[in-house]
Write a protein that binds this ligand. Structure first.
Ligand SMILES: Nc1ncnc2c1ncn2[C@@H]1O[C@H](COP(=O)(O)OP(=O)(O)OP(=O)(O)O)[C@@H](O)[C@H]1O
Ligand SMILES: [Mg+2]
Length: 395
């Protein structure tokens, strides 16, 4: 394969980092992704009959001959429309619905990258527990449908470690749906020592009837759209209000800390006190497989020889780790579980962007390193040996 082709200035590799919350996409070598696109696709029946071959584009809405309209990206998703159903294409950290996923990738090339897919090598991140059939399917789609000149898959935890300047680390990734502890050794994930737990957040009980006037729209939004918007509201609440307490939740301690006022989009507002801590406690509660517990369990499942290296390089990544107090509590929780003979060091990027986009940033660095250029699975290799090439070249 020709290394020159990929080393050229005008031909930039692209990095895609899919997650449950969003898909991050952009050019390798850049500091941040070009776009972060919600990991849902809106679908509504298309009432006007259109000619079978015609595919109209209007902003981010695409009409297809099948009689459906697809809505992608924030502006289009956040507007209520009758019969607009939102679908997630991710499940358990992996791509589940390929049709919807492809709609989003189409959108990336057309509207974000605005360049033909056959010009850019593509690096995709994947979850540490991705399965062979899905890896091969993605490889097939990228080469067959998008005709990419070269492709590569890397575990997102390994990329997050690279982004933090480490090739060996215990990566704690707390994202939209789960927290995982993933040991990375010399850039390779130790798969049989990966530990994960679903994120559990208690639903707050109603204090009083909300007071607000409903927006005046002539139809009832679909329940999938309502669920999505409620989730978004909860996320905003989480970002500004929730805080992990330093030690396991204690009602009296929590009550002595100043309250924070929050107003919801409906106009409903309240002072939040102990709830701020109580809701965040789910992230660390032992019974629920909290972050400190899974980190120690994961390290404990690795060879004794590598444990010191893991404990001395605990990398924190994922948007959810930005909840106030998360890293302090993890540090405290983990140090109480760290064997006395080992030194514990936590590495958590200070910037919100670096923390939320850790895997993407790692991919951006990796794909632009000179020595990496020979690692790509080229179109030629794919044509000669097929999709199994991905299992040979990408660990
Ligand atoms: N500043 C912040 N404070 C608190 N939470 C935040 C902040 N920024 C983002 N989040 C939360 O982080 C989550 C998204 O994290 P991330 O982007 O790592 O998820 P993802 O990779 O798409 O999902 P997953 O890893 O579950 O597949 C959302 O729930 C969001 O509300
Ligand atoms: Mg993630």
């Amino acid at each position: 394969m020709s290394g020159m082709l990929y080393g050229g200035d005008e031909i930039g590799a692209l990095v895609f980092d899919p997650g449950h919350h969003s898909l991050r996409v952009g050019y390798a070598q850049e500091d941040t992704p070009k776009a972060e696109i919600p990991a849902v696709v809106g679908v509504s029946p298309d009432n006007e009959k259109i000619e079978p071959e015609v595919k109209q584009e209007a902003g981010n809405v695409s009409q297809t001959p099948s009689g459906w309209k697809y809505y992608i990206d924030t502006t289009y998703l956040h507007t209520p429309r009758s019969n607009l159903e939102l679908h997630s294409y991710m499940k358990d950290g992996m791509i589940e619905n390929w049709d919807f996923f492809e709609k989003v990738i189409d959108h990336c090339y057309e509207k974000i990258i605005q360049s033909e897919s056959e010009y850019h090598p593509v690096l995709f991140s994947e979850s540490p527990w991705n399965v062979r059939s899905k890896r091969e399917k993605l490889t097939e789609i990228m080469f067959e449908k998008y005709k990419v000149p070269a492709f590569f898959l890397v575990k997102n935890a390994a990329l997050a470690a690279f982004a933090n300047g480490r090739s060996t680390a215990l990566v704690i990734d707390s994202g939209a749906t789960h927290t995982s502890a993933v040991p990375v050794l010399d850039g390779y994930v130790i798969s049989n020592a990966v530990v994960k737990s679903p994120l559990a957040k208690e639903v707050i009980r109603d204090k009083e009837k909300p007071k607000y006037t409903k927006k005046n729209i002539s139809f009832t939004p679909t329940s999938s759209w309502m669920t999505y918007m409620v989730k978004k509201t909860v996320q905003d609440f989480q970002q500004s209000i929730l805080q992990v307490s330093e030690s396991p939740y204690d009602e009296r301690v929590a009550a002595s800390i100043p309250t924070v006022h929050h107003e919801f989009p409906t106009g409903y507002h309240q002072d939040f006190g102990p709830e701020r801590f109580k809701l965040a406690e789910g992230l660390f509660d032992h019974a629920m497989l909290g972050a400190g517990y899974i980190a120690a369990t994961s390290a404990g499942m690795c060879d004794v020889d590598v444990r010191p290296a893991l404990y001395s390089s605990v990398v924190l990544t994922g948007g959810n780790s930005l909840v106030q107090g998360f890293s302090d509590r993890l540090s405290k929780d983990l140090s109480s579980r760290t064997p006395g003979s080992m030194r514990l060091k936590m590495i958590a990027a200070n910037g919100t962007v670096e923390r939320r986009f850790g895997a993407w940033v790692g991919g951006s660095i990796l794909a632009s390193i000179g020595t990496f250029q020979q690692m790509w699975v080229s179109m030629q290799e794919y044509q000669e040996s097929g999709k199994v090439q991905i299992d040979r070249k990408c660990p």
